[in-house]
Write a protein that binds this ligand. Structure first.
Ligand code: ZN
Length: 485
């Protein structure tokens, strides 16, 4: 299903792109029911609701593996799964922390053509603001990529250097100091929307992408449908309205698509997977000191984990070492056999490949809903999620979504961020349908999706893919409308 829909995105987009401009707005962490059940959640979001009334939408889609910000956003613009496009998680695999907790920021890591490339190849202009994995994407004629590294004022200089020459200076005449990728308050997204409007009104654009961070940030801190998250979404609705009006003013035929990468599920317990790996001597830590961000300082490893929230890829130092693989397989089987650990299943290499993720992993540990991978290196194997992370998830439910100060988007620590890190992901599925059916007033075909969990636990929160069953709480939603309709 996913593959078919993703391919649909690319193919269906061509005739649309050839005829009218397309604007794609990503609202990170937006659940479908935020819009489809806005009344129940007491949300005043008139701009988004106009998409429901006048456009078409899907109330769920199939997420990619892992369903986190960077892989999902890259699927949105390539139509293929992470194992093919190459953005395998938010952060690059870096067990020794040599990459200093770096994310997959760079366009050169994307191995397949993107929609921007196709637009550019047609001689048309593409533009983008704050979209993941766009640093160095030369086919985006006007580009302000998502990037951060340290402190926002210093990062802004870096962003100026990484953006299209002169563009950030021009934008800042309209917005004032422009937010870097680590800034994810509602006012930061408002500035991005202002910049988007200016770009749409200034340049003749055929394809425009923008990624808004603030909802994800707030949901990690307070949970979906908290007063804070609702207030943020209402402000983002105004941002969407601003962008839509600018797009309409530039060309009334513009197709606007709103997408999201994942939603949130509660997290009750953490499974501290490093502890059994340490006990089995598969990982050895330095005797003293922590690594970056409080993460353990690794001395050597034969097998290690690449955590992505509700799942963890297991990577072997020597993948063809069958004795090592056997040891790890036995360990994982033993851990999975104890229901207290909360492991849903262990996937082997072939099964991981079928799901389209982690081509270099030998195993994937998938947790049950409500469970998250933790990275404590001592103490109990299973620990409670922090009490202050309990938040309502549904109107009638009790849920907790955990977040960690200073941690990054969907699944990895981010140095130098503010209190909460924004999150970004977004999978690929139904976009093509919406491109293709832009004038339809009917429902988009609801697709299956995987749920995403978000947790707050040192050293990070980790939204990830959960079992591939329909679950509209772990969301990726999109809607499209023709403004001329
Ligand atoms: Zn996200």
């Amino acid at each position: 299903m996913l593959k078919r829909l993703c391919v649909g995105l690319v193919l269906a987009a061509w005739p649309v792109l050839a005829g009218v401009p397309v604007v794609m707005i990503s609202i990170d962490g937006l659940r479908p029911d935020s819009v489809t059940q806005a009344d129940e959640h007491k949300l005043s979001i008139p701009a988004l609701r106009r998409f429901i009334a006048g456009g078409t939408y899907a109330d769920g889609v199939t997420g990619v593996l892992p369903t986190v910000t960077y892989p999902s956003h890259t699927t949105l613009v390539t139509g293929v799964e992470p194992a093919r496009h190459g953005i395998l998680a938010n952060t690059a695999f870096d067990p020794d922390l040599h990459n200093m907790l770096g994310w997959y920021w760079y366009a050169e890591d994307v191995r397949v053509p993107t929609l921007w490339d196709a637009v550019s190849a047609s001689g048309l202009a593409a533009a983008s603001i704050n979209w993941p994995v766009t640093v160095g994407r030369k086919t985006i004629r006007y580009n302000i990529p998502e990037y951060w590294r340290a402190e926002p004022n210093e990062d802004r200089k870096l962003l100026r250097a990484l953006s299209t020459p002169g563009l950030l200076g021009d934008v800042e005449k309209v917005t004032g100091p422009f937010p870097v990728g680590s800034q994810a308050e509602a006012q930061d997204d408002a500035a991005r929307a202002l910049a988007a409007a200016w770009m749409l009104e200034t340049y003749r654009l055929r394809f425009f992408t923008i990624h808004l961070n603030a909802l994800d940030e707030t949901e990690h801190a307070h949970g979906p449908f908290s007063a804070e998250a609702n207030a943020t979404l209402e402000r983002l609705d105004a941002a969407v309205d601003r962008i839509v009006k600018a797009a309409q003013s530039a060309d009334p035929a513009t197709v606007v698509v709103v997408v999201s990468d994942h939603g949130f599920l509660r997290v009750d317990r953490h499974f501290n997977i490093l502890i059994p790996f340490l006990d089995a001597k598969l990982i050895e830590l330095e005797p003293v000191g922590d690594g970056l961000g409080g993460l353990p300082k690794v001395k050597r490893w034969d097998a290690t984990v690449w955590p992505v929230g509700g799942a963890a890829a297991v990577v072997l130092a020597r993948p063809s070492d069958s004795a090592l693989a056997g040891r790890v397989r036995s360990l994982l089987a033993k851990l999975a056999a104890d229901p207290a650990n909360g492991i849903a299943r262990i996937l082997e290499k072939g099964e991981i490949a079928k799901r389209g993720g982690f081509p270099d992993a030998s195993f994937l540990v998938e947790m049950r809903p409500g469970r998250e991978i933790g990275l404590n290196t001592k103490g109990p194997l299973v620990t409670d999620a922090p009490a202050n992370s309990r938040v309502p998830r549904r109107a009638a439910g009790d849920a907790r979504v955990a977040v960690h100060p200073g941690r990054g988007h969907c699944g990895a620590p981010r140095p130098g961020r503010g209190r909460h890190a924004p999150n970004r992901s977004h999978g690929g599925g139904a976009a093509g349908r919406n491109f293709a059916t832009r004038r339809s007033a009917g429902l988009g075909r609801a697709a299956r999706q995987r749920s995403v969990t978000a947790a707050r636990d040192p050293p990070g929160y980790f939204p990830a893919s959960a079992p591939a069953k329909r679950n509209t709480s772990g969301a990726f939603q999109l809607m499209a409308t023709s403004l001329a309709a």
